[in-house]
Design a protein around this ligand. Structure first.
Ligand code: AMP
Ligand code: ZN
Length: 112
């Protein structure tokens, strides 16, 4: 939609390192990886923030892909983190919803 970078990735107008794709969901490597595994899992549909989700069936589709990728990357047993930033206080930078799948190293808590 409009100038959205993740819509452009979904429409293949901008290149990304895509690791999973189906009719509704796309997953690609984060361009600024914060862990050995750092994948973004997005709906192809443009939804700006978590607050804008109307049909929550997309969240189970996204979660199914996240857990499948965690197994494929062999981080499911050791552990991984799933993050979704919503709006300014959380530091959301791209306003097309996405879950970060992070793994391959030990994580700190609380997050920054
Ligand atoms: P957030 O702060 O949750 O909105 O995170 C946005 C994420 O998108 C950041 O981790 C960026 O590194 C990542 N990102 C931005 N542009 C791209 C891109 N073209 N390809 C892959 N990841 C991107
Ligand atoms: Zn978008």
């Amino acid at each position: 939609m409009g100038d959205c970078i993740f819509c452009k990735i979904a429409e293949k107008q901008i290149k990304a390192d895509i690791v999973y794709e189906d009719e509704q969901v796309l997953a690609f490597k984060d361009i600024n990886a914060q862990a050995p595994v750092h994948v973004l899992v997005i709906p192809k549909e443009h939804i700006p923030t978590l607050n804008d989700i109307k049909d929550f069936s997309i969240t189970s589709r996204l979660m199914a892909v996240i857990t499948k990728l965690a197994k494929e990357y062999k981080i499911a047993q050791e552990g991984y983190r799933v993050v979704a930033n919503c709006n300014a206080a959380a530091g959301q930078a791209v306003f097309h919803i996405h879950f970060h799948l992070l793994g391959g190293r030990n994580m700190q808590w609380p997050p920054g």
